[in-house]
Design a protein around this ligand. Structure first.
Ligand code: GAR
Length: 194
């Protein structure tokens, strides 16, 4: 494929990592196109960031559906309609239904704030501090049907300092994520074009 990869972003909240992806595209460090930014949360600040960058946004408000299946069906329909090369989870705080994952094999990527397989799930920074770990970091991986279990593409680590708190560890990990995610997406783009 010679065209640049077409991405759909899924996010639930603040969207600072997503914005680093946009910045990389705008700075031509990442050769990709964002077709749509979708959120399960209509109030996600990430949607505002997307609009400020003149990107298409769609809110699929999980709370407006009678159950999880109905929400996941609406999401699947939207994704199939867009037919992206990659679905990029960026702070998307829901588990995708297995049939969505099967519809996009090796085309859904996630960034998770821990050195997987350590600390899948929530509250990773708290858990690292409670365990007294010396190393922490972030992982980009393909999404499979487990919770943060898919094949690892790349990781970046940092040394936990005695003075680290949950808040500043979160910020330090996010700083790594803002560099790592655009780089990995460019690697996937390069692989796709060969
Ligand atoms: C990031 O740290 C990302 O790794 C994490 O949410 C944060 C999103 O930050 N993702 C997960 O925990 C997914 N399990 P942001 O909203 O500022 O971009």
């Amino acid at each position: 494929m010679t065209q640049k990869p077409r991405l759909v972003i899924l996010l639930s909240g603040n969207g600072s990592i997503f914005e680093a992806i946009v910045d990389a595209i705008e700075a031509e460090r990442l050769n990709a196109e964002i077709l749509m930014v979708i959120s399960d949360n209509p109030n996600a600040y990430g949607l505002t960031r997307a609009r400020l960058h003149k990107l298409n946004t769609q809110s699929i408000n999980a709370k407006e559906y009678p159950d999880k299946n109905a929400f996941q069906s609406a999401l699947k329909e939207a994704l199939l309609g867009l037919n992206p090369d990659f679905i990029v989870l960026s702070g998307f705080m829901r588990i995708l239904a297995p049939d969505i994952i099967r519809a996009f094999p090796k085309r859904i990527v996630n960034i998770h704030p821990s050195l997987l397989p350590k600390y899948p799930g929530l509250h990773t920074h708290e858990r690292v501090l409670a365990a007294g770990d010396k190393k922490h970091g972030t992982t980009v991986h393909f999404v499979d049907e487990g919770l943060d279990t898919g094949p690892i593409i790349a990781q970046q680590e940092l040394t936990v300092l005695a003075k680290d708190t949950v808040q500043n560890l979160e910020q330090r990990v996010k700083a790594l994520e803002k560099r790592l995610y655009p780089e990995v997406l460019q690697q996937l783009a390069d692989l796709q074009s060969t």
